[in-house]
Design a protein around this ligand. Structure first.
Ligand code: CAA
Length: 258
């Protein structure tokens, strides 16, 4: 059912799965792949039957970075005129929860794509890094900002200045990934996690995501006030009534996304 050249798109119940599919280039993120991922994710985001999205790669590579061969001949003016990489902002703007399921290499733009998702589930084979410095460039899809927010200045600075990679255990220890899963179970675990998220109220999940993301954009006092207002607004939904009634009546809630 996929009509994209660089990705596979599948629906598993209420979960949309986007699989990066340029095996010959370890899923290097060229411009066409970016457009495919953004188009697929925004179409899933518009589909109210979808309650969670997974972005994944192959066993060998989530993505080995932006496409070096595509970038190599570009001039400053090419990059500036095209506002190279700006298109990824449309993925960050997706409101539906997005999980990155990462096995193998997640380097450069691959690490940045994973961090652009709401959280990362890592196979025990996952390797994260921002090796751009070795190519004479720096991260360009948010790595210097999101990695620093995720793991703190000391580690982010070391990773970005040396270009070294970190394995899944270190990534979990320093808060880059939510959980490590045996590689063979990665997709099943991601699907179970996404299905659990999608089984709840979608509008409430959107509010929860918006509240967490506000933590990166506001002062603590503003963020707490914003959260409280969103919390109040959940009482305007039928799903709040249903969720709390179901608890009191000792039954499973039947959310209707209203
Ligand atoms: N861009 C384009 N092609 C890539 C690529 C990339 N980022 N990464 C791998 N490939 C290609 C290789 O050129 C190779 O193609 P050929 O068979 O045609 O030569 C194929 O994928 C397989 O790769 P390797 O033979 O190198 O596989 P390996 O197992 O020996 O090594 C690797 C794997 C360590 C990931 C190595 O491929 C590598 O170092 N890749 C580049 C990683 C990198 O520097 N990423 C950052 C890119 S810049 C960036 O992302 C900027 C940004 O901020 C967005």
């Amino acid at each position: 059912m996929s009509t994209y050249e660089n990705i596979l798109l599948e629906r598993h119940g209420r979960v949309g799965v986007i699989t990066l599919n340029r095996p010959e280039a370890l899923n290097a993120l060229n411009d066409a792949l970016m457009h495919d991922v953004v188009a697929a994710a925004t179409s899933l985001d518009r589909d109210t039957r979808i309650g969670a999205i997974i972005i994944t790669g192959s066993e060998r590579a989530f993505a080995a970075g932006a496409d070096i061969k595509e970038m190599a001949p570009q001039t400053y003016m090419d990059m500036y005129a095209a506002d190279w990489f700006a298109g990824w902002a449309d993925l960050a703007a997706v409101r539906t929860p997005v999980i990155a399921a990462v096995a193998g290499h997640a380097l450069g733009g691959g690490c940045e794509l994973a961090m652009l998702c709401d959280f990362i589930l890592a196979a025990d084979t996952a390797k994260f890094g921002q090796p751009e410095i070795k190519l004479g460039v720096i991260p360009g899809i948010g790595g210097s900002q999101r990695l620093t927010r995720a793991i703190g200045k000391a580690k982010a600075m070391e990773m970005i200045l040396t270009g070294r990679t970190m394995g899944a255990e270190e990534a979990e220890r320093c808060g880059l990934v939510a959980r490590i899963v045996p590689a063979a179970d990665l997709l099943a675990d991601a699907l179970a996690t996404a299905t659990a998220i999608a089984s709840r109220s979608l509008p409430i999940a959107l509010l929860a995501k918006e509240a967490v993301n506000a933590a990166f954009e506001t002062t603590l006092a503003e963020g707490i006030r914003f959260e409280r207002r969103l919390f109040h607004s959940t009482f305007a939904t039928e799903d709040q009534k249903e969720g709390m009634a179901a608890f009191v009546e000792k039954r499973t809630p039947a959310f209707t996304n209203r």
